[in-house]
Every structure is written in structure tokens, then in C-alpha cells.
Design a protein around this ligand. Structure first.
Ligand SMILES: *Cc1c(COP(=O)(O)O)cnc(C)c1O
Length: 401
């Protein structure tokens, strides 16, 4: 059926999530019988822990199936506040916390509450695929600040200062980062904090991977750099990655009261509360034993070591060692300009297509993260897939001429 009704201008400016798109294509090829090794997955390859699943089932059986308070149940918000206090020493009241339908939705609410036409928001590249589009949906302008592989994707004051204008209203930071796994140094966070305080920016810190790390000790955090920054910082976290709960759709934000209230207003006129059942499961995750992320970390670490060693053995490929999350982001630009069967690889999109078509390995092209020299491999998959995948990858690059 042909329809001619018009679409709104705002939707024409954004694109569907490229990571979800690659994953969907890989799954479709697999379903059609192809032997695909899928490195495009952006979620842990673990089941939600038992005690959390039980809490979800118990909520259903107890009839906890009606609307809850828009920003989440008071019990869950209290448990989140207690978790922040225990893990970081931060003092948030339950009223300063919003539970949303996944972390991504928390970002959406924030952008809608904080930014509008004429506002510029700084995004550090390589960035998570959804940041620019969520900012654009709010009518604001994403300003991309490139980070360099040579500096381990850390940020320098001079680089950031170059992109600041009188219209800059905020910055999004993600540490550990998806896609690089890199963590910002204390110096980088201090630079951000200094400019944010001087210019009254909103700082959005996406901490979704903060429990999945491969370094000793506590990660540097913007709020630990200068406690005064709490008055202008929105802390985003959730259970999707730390408790392998991507499908439950529970994320949360802590921040200044007036911003959380504005976000609650938006949530009340859009989704209302996140699923009551999922909130009860999240309550078990946040208030129960905290050893699950460490269990995942123990599985992830040998995979990471294996991949880094394999990549180091491939000529022309470089890769910054991740400090957290479950991705590696190797630079494959040395192979751009080479060809296979007369078809030239011009950039990361061509490379990802080539790897999928010829070697049946699914990766996400770096251009989706604003960094074309790279491709992203997720290692939230089995060691077997990783071994085969790294072999196929090396062979595939070797075939290019
Ligand atoms: C996965 C992820 C999120 C949150 O995802 P949800 O599934 O919406 O909770 C947020 N930021 C980054 C960088 C992520 O990778």
C-alpha cells in the first residue's frame, strides 16, 4: 500500500541505531543457515542472574502489575541512592533519581529536559552511536570532538577548548567507553570539570560500564575530581550491562533535583513508569549481592587477552588496550585502498561488508561511532567464536591486495 502522508522533519535527520542494524543483519544471515561469527553484539552473553529472575517472577505472582510512580518505585530509587552512597560515597535523595526504560531512555529524557534549538552539546568521538541522534531529536546540535588513538582516546584541555562556543550547553562523557573501552584520566576529567564550571554546562556522564573493568582500583570519576560538579552533573547508569538485563529495560539517572523533576514531567507524558515487573527485578539486582559483574569480568578478561594477542599478530593493525566494557576497537585503515576481486575497500563500511560477505564475521564499522579508521569487535561471545573469528579476520585481511 502506497501512502503519501508526510513525516516530521526531525525524524528525517536521524538514523536507526547502526549497531542494532548490523546485529539484525548478522542474525538474519545466521537464521538463513550461514555460519556467521557475530562480533556485533552490544550486550553480555550471560543470562540475568537467578535471584534477579526470581524477583521478576515473584513480582508477577504477587500481582505487582499496575502503574507505579512515574520516576520508579520509592523502594527502587532508595536502593539506587544507597548503591551510589556505598560504591562512591555520593549523597543523592530518592527524589534526585529517575528510573527510565533503559539507560538510552534516560539519555533521551535528559536531552529533552536540558537542550533545544541553538544549543550545542559536545560529544567525544569515538562516541556511542546514539548520542548524536538523541541530541538532534531534542533540536540541539551535536558538536563532535575527535579523540586520538595516539593518546589512548584520552582528552586534552586544548583539544576540548577548541570546540567550545558561547552556545555550548553541555558535554557527554562515557568512561569506560563504548566502543573503545578506554577510561578518561583524572587530568581529562579535571579539564572537563574546569570548563563546565566556568561555562555552567550540564555534564552527562554515562557510567553504564563502570563495573566491567580490567584495571585495579576505582576508576577516576568526574564527581571525585570536584564535588562542586554534582550541581551540574547527570549520572547515568543501569542494570543492562552490569546484570545482563538488556531486555528488561531499566536504567537510572541521578542529578540535580530540578533536572530530574523536568525529566519526570517528560516521562509522565511519554512512557509513564518503566515496567513494574522489571523494576522489582532491578531492585533485586541493585540491593542484592554485587558479585555478578566480577563473574562476567573473569570470563571477559581471557577473551580480551586472546584478542589483543591475535590483533598484535596482524600486520598493519593497531589496537588500544581497553580498560573496561567488552569491546576492542582496532585501527584497520592500513588496509583501506586495497581490493578484493576488483572491489576497493574505501572505509569502515566497505570493510565491515567485506568481512561479513567473504568471511562471515560481523563487526560494526567505526564510522557508526564517528571514527572511520576503526571497526568494533564485541567479545561478549564464546572463546571458540573468538578463536575462529580472529583466524578468519587475519585471513581476510591477508587476501586483500
Ligand atoms: C548499552 C549502553 C547504554 C544503555 O543501554 P540500555 O540498554 O538502554 O540500558 C548506555 N550507554 C552505552 C554507551 C551503552 O553501550
Amino acid at each position: 500500500m502506497q501512502s503519501k502522508i508526510n513525516l516530521a522533519e526531525r525524524v528525517k535527520q536521524i538514523k536507526p541505531s547502526p549497531t542494532l542494524a548490523v546485529n539484525a543483519k548478522a542474525k538474519a544471515l545466521k537464521a538463513a543457515g550461514a555460519n556467521i561469527l557475530n562480533f556485533s553484539v552490544g550486550e553480555p552473553d550471560f543470562d540475568t542472574p537467578d535471584h534477579v529472575r526470581e524477583a521478576g517472577k515473584a513480582a508477577i505472582d504477587a500481582g505487582f502489575t499496575r502503574y507505579t510512580a512515574v520516576p520508579g518505585t520509592p523502594e527502587l530509587r532508595e536502593a539506587i541512592a544507597a548503591r551510589f552512597a556505598e560504591d562512591h560515597g555520593w549523597n543523592y535523595s530518592p527524589e534526585q533519581i529517575q528510573v527510565s526504560c533503559g539507560g538510552k531512555h534516560g539519555l533521551y529524557n535528559m536531552a529533552q529536559a536540558l537542550f533545544g534549538p541553538g544549543d550545542e552539546v559536545l560529544i567525544l568521538a569515538p562516541y556511542w552511536v546514539s548520542y548524536p541522534d538523541i541530541i538532534q531529536l531534542a533540536g540541539a546540535t551535536p558538536v563532535i570532538v575527535p579523540l586520538s588513538e595516539e593518546k589512548n582516546f584520552d582528552l586534552e584541555y586544548e583539544v576540548l577548548a577548541d570546540y567550545v562556543t558561547e552556545r555550548t550547553r553541555g558535554i557527554i562523557i562515557n568512561s569506560p567507553s563504548n566502543p573503545t573501552g578506554s577510561v578518561f584520566s583524572r587530568e581529562a576529567l579535571a579539564a572537563i570539570g574546569k570548563l563546565a564550571l566556568e561555562n555552567n554546562w550540564a555534564i552527562i556522564t554515562d557510567d553504564i560500564y563502570d563495573t566491567i573493568t580490567y584495571v585495579d582500583g576505582k576508576l577516576p570519576h568526574i564527581l571525585d575530581v570536584d564535588p562542586a560538579l554534582a550541581a551540574q552533573t547527570l549520572v547515568l547508569n543501569g542494570v543492562s550491562k552490569s546484570f545482563a538485563m538488556t531486555g528488561w529495560r531499566i536504567g537510572y539517572t541521578a542529578g540535580p533535583q530540578h533536572v530530574i523533576s523536568a525529566m519526570n514531567k517528560i516521562q509522565s507524558q511519554s512512557t509513564s513508569n518503566p515496567s513494574s515487573v522489571a523494576q522489582m527485578a532491578a531492585l533485586a539486582a541493585v540491593s542484592g549481592p554485587q558479585d555478578f559483574p566480577a563473574v562476567m569480568r573473569q570470563a571477559f578478561e581471557p577473551r580480551l587477552d586472546y584478542i589483543l594477542e591475535a590483533l598484535a599478530g596482524i600486520e598493519g593493525v593497531s589496537c588500544v588496550k581497553p580498560s573496561g566494557a567488552f569491546y576492542v576497537f582496532p585501527n584497520v585503515a592500513a588496509y583501506y585502498g586495497r581490493s578484493f576481486k576488483g572491489k576497493k575497500i574505501q572505509g569502515s563500511l566497505d570493510m565491515a561488508d567485506y568481512l561479513l560477505d567473504e568471511s562471515k564475521i560481523a563487526v560494526v564499522p567505526g564510522i557508526a561511532f564517528g571514527a572511520d579508521p576503526f571497526i568494533r569487535f564485541s567479545f561478549a561471545t564464546s572463546m571458540e567464536v573468538i578463536r575462529d573469528g580472529m583466524n578468519r579476520f587475519k585471513e581476510a585481511l591477508g587476501r586483500l591486495e
